[in-house]
Design a binder for this molecule. Sequence first.
Ligand code: MLT
Ligand code: MN
Ligand code: ZN
Length: 303
Amino acid sequence: MKKSSDLRIIVLGAAAGGGLPQWNCGCLNCTMARDPGSAVRPQSQSSLAVSLDGEAWAVFNASPDIRQQIEDNRLLQPRRLRHTPIKSVVLTNGDIDHLAGLLVLREKQPLTVFSTSSVGEIIADNPVFGVLDPDLVARRSVVIEEAFSPLPDLEARLFAVPGKVPLFLEEGEPDLNVEGENTVGIELRAGNERVYYIPGCAMINDALAARLRDADALFFDGTLFTDREMIATGTGRKTGRRMGHMPISGDGGSLDALEGLNIRRKVYIHINNTNPIWRAGPERAAVENRGFEVGFDGMEIRL
Ligand code: MLT
Ligand code: MN
Ligand code: ZN
């Protein structure tokens, strides 16, 4: 059979905001990640890179670690003097772990930044992003569910998923599980392949489950294994749901919600440094036994 596409997806950063290890954290995972002799490897913050030809790349979310991610992935490096194979950046929300990398991409390089208009407003409202020369860096607002092309022949759509406003825009108790422009997933189509990237999701409702059915690959919010993990590890006061992230396990967790949807590759990404799936143990085994993979920096999927 003729291969209809050569879609390549590289996990540039598998960790959630803060990375692994996080600068101010001495939890078990972070301590292991700092020990070169342990089985836990450091992981950078939340991003994927996608290409159809290995030459032109789109980056999904601009992680604060993007400089190192480019150095770690030869395919993203310049082919000549002052060049980048990165043609576009697509943003799924306005969180720091997804926006801050734009500031790293400020050296007079043409590229296009795609986002919803709500996320675009966050960038427009913060003068620091003016370092991206508007003559070179195009900012494109994308309407939810409208097709656009971050690369030639790659069809993408942003779709609303339950979530909340970015942490730094919270005023009092935010509305949770709101579906709008603040938190989106990305649907990619190339040839016969259909792939999803959803690094933040508060809940999988029926509409989202129906959308994901029979997908070729899904990169999904694996922030916390249990909803109360930050509280239980003494690292924070919030539940995962309060942070806009559904847990992997337990009632209403993603392990159950994604069961039976016939998704070919299910990969957890945006994994918080407290999450026990970073290390060998019953939680990681539970995830793998249910047919999920634990994402890691440099993981590549070719479809
Ligand atoms: C999140 O995913 O919840 C955010 O990255 C949190 C943050 O911005 O620190
Ligand atoms: Mn995040
Ligand atoms: Zn930690």
